[in-house]
Design a protein around this ligand. Structure first.
Ligand code: HEM
Length: 172
């Protein structure tokens, strides 16, 4: 059991660092840099998507959630209400629920938009690299939507991270 917890904690914390770190980095630096690059912005975005950034995010978030839920089961003694309503229990539960909301946002809102951006970028590339006005407008709309969703994601992941990092010491 100790070895299992050790492995789960390693996967969970490393996954969480990569997930939250990347989401915050995207929101604070990548997205503004893409916007600041003007007409070259969509190309940079296209490149990021081609490097499987969405797949990377799917893997690290999935790993964090699966290992986290498993740890939750073990640490709570099989969802024991005494632990769940204790200080640490409330902290870990809050952090978990917020992280699950972020995961759902990523799966249902970010993933389809990233897929569409990839398709659109490929179509533009095949047509010689110059987008039609419709394609440019759709690309712009997708960028704006990704930026807004990315902001919510980064804020929620920071809340989850703070709860997770301190829950052990919540006393009430
Ligand atoms: C569904 C999502 C999540 C669940 C169910 C979950 C559950 C848990 C549980 C039960 C623990 C305690 C493990 C133990 O004491 O052995 C834990 C620890 C931890 N989690 Fe999560 N977690 C989730 C998401 C996250 C995310 C998104 C992050 C980072 C942003 C994160 C970062 C951490 C850290 C740093 C610890 C270590 C805390 C400590 O040792 O005091 N977790 N998590």
């Amino acid at each position: 059991m100790t070895l299992l917890v050790l492995v789960l904690r390693a996967l969970h914390v490393v996954g969480g660092v990569l997930w939250a770190g990347s989401a915050i980095f995207y929101f604070l630096f990548i997205e503004p840099a893409v916007k600041g690059a003007g007409p070259a912005g969509p190309k940079v975005m296209q490149n990021l998507l081609a490097r499987r950034y969405p797949l990377f995010m799917n893997v690290v978030s999935g790993l964090t959630v699966v290992a986290g839920l498993w740890l939750f089961w073990i640490v709570s003694g099989g969802l024991n209400m005494g632990w769940i309503t204790s200080g640490p229990g409330v902290g870990f539960t809050l952090g978990s629920v917020v992280a699950l909301v972020v995961y759902a946002i990523g799966f249902f809102m970010l993933r389809p938009r990233a897929d569409r951006m990839g398709q659109l970028g490929a179509a533009i590339g095949q047509a010689g690299g110059q987008p039609t006005p419709d394609q440019a407008a759709e690309m712009h709309r997708l960028n704006e939507e990704m930026a807004s969703i990315g902001r919510i994601d980064a804020i929620l992941l920071t809340i989850s991270l703070l709860a997770m990092a301190t829950a052990r010491y919540w006393v009430f």
